[in-house]
Design a protein. Structure first.
Length: 746
């Protein structure tokens, strides 16, 4: 059944409609925050299908999360008025790459039944390799090597492409060698990690042009969501596939590229027109989420970035409440003030679910959690431990993986003595040595050794029984459905009984989790399908939502929206992060500014920014200076507030009020605004660890060389003065930057 255009085009604005109907050639949809990019993607997909431009099997649609893929499939079904059972090539980068790799696994020396290792298994394997190479594990940790290898794979680098400089990042030049050994071990195990999925695809496409040509013929249209978050490897993979028809449509926002720390390259979207000559750029600038003042503040802030394609968000709701900026004494005061605001919001009949507290670093959460608990204020921390990362679930998965693949040595090692069977570490080491010598899996090696006198006593009998159990469960798998098989394995292995017998307070919860695991498995026809799903899941849904305040980092907030958003900790060194500035310079600063932009645009009705004069960082108190991002907010969209109710230091309150009210003076002809503009234009982008000095300054009464006293840091000598901001060499606390209102002459 073909659907009339109006069914899926009705309600689209002109720019959205243009993005949907431009189906041929490369297209970049530059979609600002809250501009309806998901609707454009789904309508474009519906248009291709309903218009008969391609079959569902001829469309490659790439997302970053399984949740996004599910939502897209459901929305397309709604739009074209029929269930979309097809779309076999709609999914995440990793899931699609895994599907392609299983078809062509032999071309990279794997079997189609390969296992996908998670981070835990990857680190365990690297630990073995580091130990076998006689490298100091405490100095050169497996986790660090895992991070390096992941970074190399994100850049599309195989072991033979690792330079000497890169190799010297681990164990004095052994990084490349260890990477090669690791890849060899993966092939022996018939396994790969997440990075391998795309990397092996690229190897296949470049070494076997006939295979690539097959996919060029197969995919008539390619759609990519969140293109600004792609890394080098994902970019190379897409470029190879897009060489076919050239009908590549990417949707993204360069102003929301905030994942550089995990390999994302904002340059991928910035150079799209160069990479794909003749590309059409469609800008979505009409925002359907936030009020005019929130958008004005966010747009003004992000305009300070140099590396951006440029767009200006607008909304029909030109008004709304001004963004507020509030100065407080310290983090506890910040938490108290925000808690009061939350309670006031609730007292007016609004929900806690409408509120988010977004912090730059997770360490900032502690003060809020303590305060919320003290008040009995309900909250949830987004981004905590996930269901599939819990011990009992990992153990159960190891049993299931072993039944599917007898070469999964990492799963064998995890559960061979869980529950305890009398198989000690010495016995396991013997098995590992024999396995390497015989070039066989641990299970096959065990089957051989229990026939000899290499292993004796209880351990020998236990290993023999364990291997017989595995063989029996594999036979059971032919007749049982996945849930019944999983329950039998956990019962007959003694694993479920182990937790029943355990008197620990958490044991009951672990048993309940195992029950939930059975529910998850029941949704799949095969055990293999379930395990692959778990390996590829990037977003795991939580349970039923209660009325709670959401507490999370700014990175975790991307894609979410709330009526009321609190943005605490806007101080130099905290936000922007000093680490990001030190490591990445201007690029780091611009990514931090994009993160601030993301935070502001999460708010629909109210956005409230806070900065503290003092903050405890890793156990020591530090005086703080407001973030340069506050100075960059357009004053006509912002109002300054001062928290005089939570500290007695009147001078500080006066300082905050005087400086920031004049900075946000909405009369552009005022002396305060003129001073603000002059300082802003002449300020350096990065001045070491100091802040960008944009705010109007007043002359300090203190002179360089004077001896002063600070109630927290003690006695010290003034090294330099910048308006009311002093750099002081304290006798005990070292060099600190403080406001002159905090000190006394001695």
């Amino acid at each position: 059944m073909r659907t009339e255009q109006n069914d899926y085009l009705s309600g689209l604005n002109p720019e959205q409609k243009d993005a949907v109907l431009t189906t041929e050639g490369p297209v970049l949809v530059l979609a600002g925050a809250g501009t309806g990019k998901t609707r454009v993607l789904t309508c474009r997909l519906a248009h291709i299908l309903a218009g008969g431009l391609a079959y569902s099997s001829q469309i490659l649609s790439v997302t970053f999360t399984n949740k996004a893929a599910r939502e897209m499939r459901e929305r397309v079904s709604d739009l074209i008025g029929q269930t979309v059972e097809g779309l076999p090539w709609l999914g995440t980068f990793h899931s699609i790459a895994a599907k392609i790799l299983r078809i062509h696994a032999e071309l990279v020396d794997l079997k189609s039944s390969f296992t996908i290792l998670d981070t835990d298994d990857q680190i365990r394997l690297l630990k073995q390799i580091i130990k076998s190479e006689d490298i100091d594990e405490k100095r050169w940790t497996p986790r660090y090597l895992a991070t390096l290898i992941d970074n190399w794979k994100n850049k599309g680098l195989t072991p033979d492409k690792i330079t000497a400089k890169e190799s010297f990042r681990f164990a004095e030049g052994k990084g490349g060698k260890l990477y090669a050994i690791y890849q060899g071990r993966l092939k022996t195990l018939n396994a790969c990690d997440f990075g391998d999925l795309l990397l092996h695809n690229i190897t296949i496409f470049t070494k076997y042009p006939d295979v690539l040509a097959k996919y060029h013929q197969k995919f008539r249209y390619i759609l990519v969501d969140e293109y600004q978050d792609t890394n080098v490897c994902q970019y190379l993979w897409l470029r190879l596939l897009a060489q076919g028809t050239g009908n590549l449509c990417v949707v993204g926002d360069d102003d929301q590229s905030i994942y550089g720390w995990r390999g994302a390259e904002v340059d991928n979207i910035l150079r799209f027109e160069k990479d794909f000559p003749g590309a059409k750029v469609v800008k979505l600038e009409r925002n359907y989420r936030s009020s005019g003042n929130i958008l004005g503040a966010a747009s003004g802030l992000i305009s300070a970035n140099q590396d951006r394609l440029g767009k200006t968000l607008w909304t029909e709701d030109d008004g709304g409440e001004l963004v507020t900026v509030t100065g407080v004494w310290d983090a506890p005061a910040e938490a108290r003030l925000i808690s009061n605001e939350i309670e006031n919001w609730k007292s007016r009949g609004r929900d806690y679910n409408h509120i988010a507290v977004l912090v730059r670093a997770s360490r900032q959460m502690r003060a809020f959690e303590e305060r919320f608990i003290a008040l009995g204020l309900p909250y949830r921390v987004i981004g905590g431990p996930r269901f599939f990362e819990r011990q009992e679930i990992r153990d159960a998965h190891a049993y299931l993986r072993l039944v599917i693949s007898e070469t999964d040595d990492l799963a064998f090692e995890r559960v061979v003595n869980v529950p305890k069977r009398g198989i000690g570490q010495t016995t396991i080491q013997k098995l590992q040595m024999a396995s390497r010598a015989m070039s066989k899996s641990l299970e096959r090696t065990t089957q051989e050794l229990v026939k000899t006198d290499e292993i004796r006593g209880k351990a020998r009998q236990a290993l023999k029984a364990f291997t017989l159990d595995l063989q029996r469960w594999r036979n059971d798998a032919k007749a049982l459905n996945p849930v019944d098989l999983a329950e039998r394995i956990l019962d007959e292995s003694g694993y479920t009984q182990m937790w029943r017998d355990n008197k620990d307070a958490k044991s009951q919860g672990r048993l309940e989790n195992l029950k939930e695991l059975m529910q998850a498995i029941s949704e799949f026809d095969t055990l293999e399908g379930y395990l692959e799903h778990v390996s590829l899941v990037l977003d795991i849904e939580s349970g039923p939502q209660e009325d709670e305040v959401s507490l999370m980092t700014l990175h975790a907030a991307k894609g979410l929206e709330f009526p009321l958003v609190f943005l605490p900790g806007w101080e130099e060194g905290v936000f922007p992060s000093q680490k990001s500035l030190d490591e990445n310079g201007l690029a780091g600063l611009e990514e931090e500014r994009r993160l601030a932009y993301v935070g502001l645009t999460r708010a629909r009705e109210k956005a409230k920014i806070y900065f503290a004069a003092n903050r405890q960082v890793y156990g020591s108190w530090q005086s703080s200076i407001p973030s340069r991002f506050i100075d960059e907010l357009p004053p006509q969209h912002v109002t300054a507030e001062s928290d005089t109710g939570y500290y007695d230091h009147r001078a500080f309150a006066e300082e905050v009020s005087e400086s920031f009210v004049s900075s946000f003076d909405r009369n552009r002809s005022s002396p305060g605004w003129q001073r603000y503009q002059r300082n802003k234009q002449s300020a350096p982008v990065i001045d070491g660890s100091a802040r960008r000095r944009n705010a109007p300054q007043k002359q300090s009464d203190f002179a360089v060389g004077e001896r002063i006293f600070h109630q927290k840091f003690g006695y010290g000598t003034i090294q330099s003065a910048d308006g009311s901001k002093l750099t002081v060499a304290f006798e005990k606390a070292g060099e600190k930057k403080v406001i002159d209102s905090f000190v006394e002459k001695v």
